[in-house]
Design a binder for this molecule. Structure first.
Ligand SMILES: [Zn+2]
Length: 271
Protein backbone atom coordinates (compact mmCIF):
# COMPACT_ATOMS: atom_id res chain seq x y z
CA UNK A 1 0.00 0.00 0.00
CA UNK A 2 1.18 3.50 -0.80
CA UNK A 3 2.22 5.02 2.50
CA UNK A 4 2.29 8.49 0.90
CA UNK A 5 -1.49 8.25 0.98
CA UNK A 6 -1.59 8.87 4.70
CA UNK A 7 -0.56 11.77 6.88
CA UNK A 8 2.90 10.99 8.24
CA UNK A 9 1.74 11.03 11.87
CA UNK A 10 -0.60 8.15 11.08
CA UNK A 11 1.69 5.79 9.23
CA UNK A 12 2.69 3.71 12.21
CA UNK A 13 0.18 2.54 14.74
CA UNK A 14 -2.96 2.76 12.64
CA UNK A 15 -4.79 -0.19 11.14
CA UNK A 16 -4.84 0.67 7.46
CA UNK A 17 -8.20 -0.87 6.73
CA UNK A 18 -9.99 1.36 9.23
CA UNK A 19 -10.77 4.82 7.93
CA UNK A 20 -12.62 7.93 8.94
CA UNK A 21 -13.65 10.46 6.29
CA UNK A 22 -15.33 13.84 6.60
CA UNK A 23 -17.03 15.72 3.75
CA UNK A 24 -17.96 19.39 3.99
CA UNK A 25 -20.41 20.37 1.25
CA UNK A 26 -21.27 23.58 -0.60
CA UNK A 27 -18.34 25.97 0.00
CA UNK A 28 -20.23 28.21 2.41
CA UNK A 29 -18.81 31.21 4.26
CA UNK A 30 -18.65 29.24 7.52
CA UNK A 31 -16.30 26.60 6.09
CA UNK A 32 -13.34 28.48 7.58
CA UNK A 33 -14.64 27.67 11.05
CA UNK A 34 -15.03 23.99 10.18
CA UNK A 35 -11.49 24.03 8.75
CA UNK A 36 -10.15 25.49 12.03
CA UNK A 37 -11.86 22.75 14.04
CA UNK A 38 -10.58 20.01 11.75
CA UNK A 39 -7.07 21.42 12.08
CA UNK A 40 -7.38 21.55 15.87
CA UNK A 41 -8.08 17.80 16.00
CA UNK A 42 -5.66 16.79 13.24
CA UNK A 43 -8.40 15.53 10.93
CA UNK A 44 -8.43 15.39 7.15
CA UNK A 45 -11.50 16.29 5.07
CA UNK A 46 -12.78 16.97 1.58
CA UNK A 47 -14.58 20.25 0.90
CA UNK A 48 -16.94 20.01 -2.09
CA UNK A 49 -17.39 23.39 -3.76
CA UNK A 50 -19.65 24.40 -6.69
CA UNK A 51 -18.88 27.49 -8.82
CA UNK A 52 -22.25 28.95 -7.85
CA UNK A 53 -25.26 27.94 -5.81
CA UNK A 54 -28.80 29.34 -6.19
CA UNK A 55 -29.41 28.72 -2.47
CA UNK A 56 -26.51 30.59 -0.86
CA UNK A 57 -23.26 32.38 -1.65
CA UNK A 58 -20.13 30.36 -2.40
CA UNK A 59 -16.72 31.29 -0.96
CA UNK A 60 -14.32 33.24 -3.19
CA UNK A 61 -11.45 31.71 -5.16
CA UNK A 62 -8.91 33.01 -2.63
CA UNK A 63 -10.78 31.27 0.21
CA UNK A 64 -10.95 28.03 -1.79
CA UNK A 65 -7.17 28.17 -2.23
CA UNK A 66 -6.81 28.75 1.53
CA UNK A 67 -8.85 25.61 2.30
CA UNK A 68 -6.82 23.65 -0.27
CA UNK A 69 -3.58 24.37 1.64
CA UNK A 70 -4.67 21.86 4.29
CA UNK A 71 -7.55 19.84 2.88
CA UNK A 72 -8.78 18.31 -0.34
CA UNK A 73 -11.18 20.39 -2.43
CA UNK A 74 -13.54 18.36 -4.61
CA UNK A 75 -16.00 19.37 -7.31
CA UNK A 76 -19.71 19.94 -6.68
CA UNK A 77 -20.58 20.90 -10.30
CA UNK A 78 -20.84 24.33 -11.85
CA UNK A 79 -24.29 25.45 -10.64
CA UNK A 80 -25.26 23.09 -7.78
CA UNK A 81 -28.39 21.92 -9.61
CA UNK A 82 -29.75 18.36 -9.25
CA UNK A 83 -28.44 16.33 -12.21
CA UNK A 84 -31.04 13.54 -12.22
CA UNK A 85 -33.71 15.24 -14.35
CA UNK A 86 -31.32 17.05 -16.70
CA UNK A 87 -30.58 15.92 -20.27
CA UNK A 88 -27.26 14.06 -20.30
CA UNK A 89 -25.54 16.73 -22.42
CA UNK A 90 -26.41 19.43 -19.90
CA UNK A 91 -25.49 17.29 -16.89
CA UNK A 92 -22.19 16.51 -18.56
CA UNK A 93 -21.49 20.23 -19.04
CA UNK A 94 -22.33 20.91 -15.37
CA UNK A 95 -19.88 18.18 -14.33
CA UNK A 96 -17.04 19.06 -16.72
CA UNK A 97 -17.24 22.83 -16.37
CA UNK A 98 -17.40 22.60 -12.58
CA UNK A 99 -14.20 20.54 -12.74
CA UNK A 100 -12.27 22.87 -15.04
CA UNK A 101 -13.45 25.94 -13.08
CA UNK A 102 -12.04 24.45 -9.88
CA UNK A 103 -8.85 23.20 -11.53
CA UNK A 104 -8.18 26.71 -12.85
CA UNK A 105 -8.47 28.07 -9.30
CA UNK A 106 -6.33 25.36 -7.70
CA UNK A 107 -3.83 24.84 -10.49
CA UNK A 108 -4.05 21.05 -10.11
CA UNK A 109 -6.18 18.08 -11.09
CA UNK A 110 -9.43 17.57 -9.17
CA UNK A 111 -10.30 13.88 -8.72
CA UNK A 112 -13.25 13.92 -6.30
CA UNK A 113 -16.87 14.66 -7.16
CA UNK A 114 -20.07 15.04 -5.14
CA UNK A 115 -23.64 15.01 -6.55
CA UNK A 116 -25.61 18.20 -5.77
CA UNK A 117 -28.44 17.31 -3.36
CA UNK A 118 -27.27 13.71 -3.72
CA UNK A 119 -29.27 13.36 -6.96
CA UNK A 120 -28.23 11.13 -9.86
CA UNK A 121 -29.88 8.85 -12.39
CA UNK A 122 -28.81 5.71 -14.21
CA UNK A 123 -26.30 7.49 -16.46
CA UNK A 124 -24.94 10.23 -14.17
CA UNK A 125 -22.19 8.10 -12.56
CA UNK A 126 -20.73 7.27 -15.98
CA UNK A 127 -20.82 10.97 -16.98
CA UNK A 128 -18.78 11.72 -13.85
CA UNK A 129 -16.31 8.95 -14.65
CA UNK A 130 -15.98 10.15 -18.28
CA UNK A 131 -15.20 13.68 -17.04
CA UNK A 132 -12.01 12.30 -15.44
CA UNK A 133 -12.94 11.95 -11.77
CA UNK A 134 -11.79 8.92 -9.76
CA UNK A 135 -14.87 8.69 -7.59
CA UNK A 136 -18.12 10.36 -6.57
CA UNK A 137 -19.82 10.74 -3.23
CA UNK A 138 -23.56 10.32 -2.83
CA UNK A 139 -25.84 10.93 0.17
CA UNK A 140 -26.68 7.22 0.45
CA UNK A 141 -26.49 6.89 4.23
CA UNK A 142 -25.95 4.20 6.88
CA UNK A 143 -23.07 2.71 4.86
CA UNK A 144 -19.54 2.01 6.15
CA UNK A 145 -18.11 -0.29 3.50
CA UNK A 146 -16.17 0.20 0.29
CA UNK A 147 -18.74 0.35 -2.54
CA UNK A 148 -18.82 -1.86 -5.61
CA UNK A 149 -18.87 1.28 -7.79
CA UNK A 150 -16.62 4.17 -6.68
CA UNK A 151 -18.95 6.61 -8.46
CA UNK A 152 -21.70 5.62 -6.01
CA UNK A 153 -19.76 6.10 -2.78
CA UNK A 154 -22.03 6.02 0.27
CA UNK A 155 -21.63 7.71 3.64
CA UNK A 156 -22.43 6.82 7.24
CA UNK A 157 -23.98 9.87 8.84
CA UNK A 158 -25.09 13.41 8.08
CA UNK A 159 -24.43 15.93 10.86
CA UNK A 160 -28.13 16.66 11.03
CA UNK A 161 -30.48 14.58 13.14
CA UNK A 162 -33.07 12.67 11.07
CA UNK A 163 -36.13 10.90 12.43
CA UNK A 164 -36.45 7.17 11.79
CA UNK A 165 -39.22 7.91 9.28
CA UNK A 166 -36.99 10.30 7.30
CA UNK A 167 -34.10 7.81 7.38
CA UNK A 168 -36.35 5.09 5.97
CA UNK A 169 -38.03 7.30 3.38
CA UNK A 170 -34.69 8.61 2.16
CA UNK A 171 -33.26 5.08 1.91
CA UNK A 172 -36.34 3.69 0.10
CA UNK A 173 -36.35 6.52 -2.45
CA UNK A 174 -32.68 5.83 -3.16
CA UNK A 175 -33.21 2.04 -3.11
CA UNK A 176 -30.52 1.90 -0.43
CA UNK A 177 -31.66 -1.40 1.06
CA UNK A 178 -28.28 -2.15 2.68
CA UNK A 179 -28.64 1.23 4.41
CA UNK A 180 -32.03 0.26 5.86
CA UNK A 181 -30.64 -3.01 7.21
CA UNK A 182 -27.56 -1.27 8.61
CA UNK A 183 -29.64 1.50 10.21
CA UNK A 184 -31.22 -1.05 12.52
CA UNK A 185 -28.39 -3.59 12.73
CA UNK A 186 -25.27 -1.42 13.03
CA UNK A 187 -26.59 2.07 13.85
CA UNK A 188 -29.16 0.77 16.39
CA UNK A 189 -31.83 3.05 14.91
CA UNK A 190 -30.08 6.13 16.36
CA UNK A 191 -31.72 9.42 15.41
CA UNK A 192 -29.29 11.81 17.15
CA UNK A 193 -26.54 12.33 14.56
CA UNK A 194 -23.64 12.23 16.99
CA UNK A 195 -24.84 8.95 18.49
CA UNK A 196 -25.48 7.65 14.95
CA UNK A 197 -21.90 8.45 13.95
CA UNK A 198 -20.52 6.86 17.11
CA UNK A 199 -22.09 3.61 15.89
CA UNK A 200 -20.29 4.07 12.55
CA UNK A 201 -16.97 4.49 14.39
CA UNK A 202 -17.71 1.40 16.49
CA UNK A 203 -18.57 -0.58 13.37
CA UNK A 204 -15.34 0.40 11.62
CA UNK A 205 -13.28 -0.31 14.75
CA UNK A 206 -14.67 -3.80 14.73
CA UNK A 207 -15.04 -4.70 11.04
CA UNK A 208 -12.90 -2.22 9.10
CA UNK A 209 -14.31 0.08 6.44
CA UNK A 210 -15.02 3.81 6.39
CA UNK A 211 -16.89 5.89 8.96
CA UNK A 212 -17.91 8.86 6.81
CA UNK A 213 -19.49 12.00 8.24
CA UNK A 214 -20.95 14.64 5.90
CA UNK A 215 -21.87 18.15 6.97
CA UNK A 216 -22.79 21.65 5.87
CA UNK A 217 -21.01 24.42 7.78
CA UNK A 218 -24.00 26.71 7.23
CA UNK A 219 -26.17 24.17 9.03
CA UNK A 220 -23.85 24.16 12.06
CA UNK A 221 -24.35 27.93 12.16
CA UNK A 222 -28.14 27.85 11.65
CA UNK A 223 -28.67 25.13 14.24
CA UNK A 224 -26.12 26.60 16.65
CA UNK A 225 -24.34 23.23 17.04
CA UNK A 226 -20.66 24.13 16.64
CA UNK A 227 -19.95 22.72 20.12
CA UNK A 228 -21.53 19.45 19.17
CA UNK A 229 -19.44 19.34 15.98
CA UNK A 230 -16.30 19.99 17.99
CA UNK A 231 -17.20 17.25 20.43
CA UNK A 232 -17.71 14.84 17.48
CA UNK A 233 -14.32 15.79 16.00
CA UNK A 234 -12.69 15.35 19.40
CA UNK A 235 -14.08 11.83 19.78
CA UNK A 236 -13.08 10.93 16.20
CA UNK A 237 -9.52 12.02 16.92
CA UNK A 238 -9.32 9.61 19.89
CA UNK A 239 -10.17 6.55 17.80
CA UNK A 240 -6.89 5.90 16.02
CA UNK A 241 -8.60 5.40 12.66
CA UNK A 242 -6.77 6.65 9.56
CA UNK A 243 -8.22 10.08 8.77
CA UNK A 244 -8.33 10.33 4.98
CA UNK A 245 -9.75 12.52 2.24
CA UNK A 246 -12.38 11.25 -0.17
CA UNK A 247 -9.68 11.35 -2.86
CA UNK A 248 -7.50 9.00 -0.75
CA UNK A 249 -10.41 6.56 -0.66
CA UNK A 250 -11.03 6.78 -4.42
CA UNK A 251 -7.34 6.12 -5.11
CA UNK A 252 -7.35 3.28 -2.61
CA UNK A 253 -10.41 1.78 -4.29
CA UNK A 254 -8.45 1.76 -7.56
CA UNK A 255 -5.39 0.14 -5.97
CA UNK A 256 -7.58 -2.40 -4.14
CA UNK A 257 -8.98 -3.46 -7.51
CA UNK A 258 -5.43 -4.10 -8.62
CA UNK A 259 -4.56 -5.94 -5.37
CA UNK A 260 -7.82 -6.90 -3.63
CA UNK A 261 -6.11 -8.73 -0.75
CA UNK A 262 -4.80 -5.43 0.59
CA UNK A 263 -8.19 -4.40 1.97
CA UNK A 264 -10.12 -7.58 1.42
CA UNK A 265 -12.46 -7.32 4.36
CA UNK A 266 -13.99 -3.87 3.72
CA UNK A 267 -14.37 -4.69 0.04
CA UNK A 268 -16.22 -7.96 0.45
CA UNK A 269 -18.57 -7.09 3.30
CA UNK A 270 -22.06 -5.89 2.45
CA UNK A 271 -22.29 -7.59 -0.95
ZN1 LIG B 1 -24.49 20.58 -1.98
Amino acid sequence: MDSALFPSSQQNDVALDRFVAISVDDGSARDARTADLLHKYGLQATFYVPARNPERPVIAASEIREVAKQFEVGSHTLSHLPLNHMPDARASREIKEGKSWLEDILGERVISFCYPRGKFNRTTPSLVRDAGFLGARTTLMNLCDFPENPFLWGVSTQAFSHSTLIQLRHALLERNFAGIRNFFRDFHGATDWQEHFTHALDYVDKHGGVAHLILHSWEMEELGIWNKLESAFESISRRGLASVTNGDLYRLWGSAKAAPAAIAEPVVRNK
